[in-house]
Write a new protein. Structure first.
Length: 216
């Protein structure tokens, strides 16, 4: 994430995190939502509010490279669960979970939309940082190895917003990064929305449900 956006956070979210931070130690919070719901923006808001106490580690850094997706014949549905290095992501979370003060910095990858590729070592997780926020689509998936994520996180928050607004955001995003209007609509119908339905199956297993306002 290159820019930090500040916005009001729900009071119950602030209280929950304040209590965790007051308890000391390290805490891992997961944000899960369908594509376009606002996961990244919400994570940026947490970072803006808590400053150096928070590091955001997105799941999107574990996208498989486009060349590998081409080899696997999965490029046309990039963003589906099997287009990520899920095992690598789980292992990263396990390392972050076990990181202690005085340990070495852990480096995480970051997805760059301008490149449509992940960049290795772009996010530094310092051992003294008390709150790690990871955001992504599949934190509540029950398939292996995604199902291992649940035990590595202290809380998983499910974010949702009106479907029409979410889809409008997706349309704008796809067009911003080079797709025509028709191509963007086709991608939403064939890829984003099937993924969204699968993500929604985990909603009841989240610890916190957050209904985002349209401005978020």
């Amino acid at each position: 994430m290159n820019h930090v956006t500040s916005m009001p956070l729900p009071e119950h979210c602030r209280r929950r995190l304040d209590q965790r931070l007051a308890a000391g130690g390290r805490h891992l919070i997961g944000l899960v939502a369908a594509p376009g719901a606002g996961k990244s923006t919400f994570a940026q808001s947490l970072q803006a509010h808590y400053g150096a106490a928070v590091t955001v580690v997105p799941m999107d850094g574990w996208h498989l490279a486009n060349a590998e997706l081409e080899r696997l014949q999965r490029r046309d549905r990039k963003g589906a669960p099997d287009t990520f290095d899920a095992a690598g992501y789980v292992e990263l979370l396990r390392r972050i979970r076990g990181q202690q003060p005085g340990d070495a910095v852990i480096y995480a990858p970051e997805f760059r939309r301008s490149l449509e590729e992940a960049v290795a070592g772009a996010i530094a997780v310092q051992p003294q940082t008390p709150l790690i926020v990871t955001e992504g689509n599949y934190l509540l998936l029950e398939d292996e190895p995604w199902c291992q994520i649940r035990e590595l996180l202290d809380d998983i928050w499910y974010l949702e917003i009106a479907a029409d607004l979410r889809q409008a955001r997706l349309l704008a995003r796809h067009m911003q990064f080079g797709r025509t209007h028709a191509q963007a609509l086709a991608w939403i119908a064939a890829t984003d929305e099937p993924n969204a339905r699968r993500i929604a199956q985990g909603r009841a297993r989240a610890d916190v449900l957050i209904e985002l306002e349209p401005s978020i």
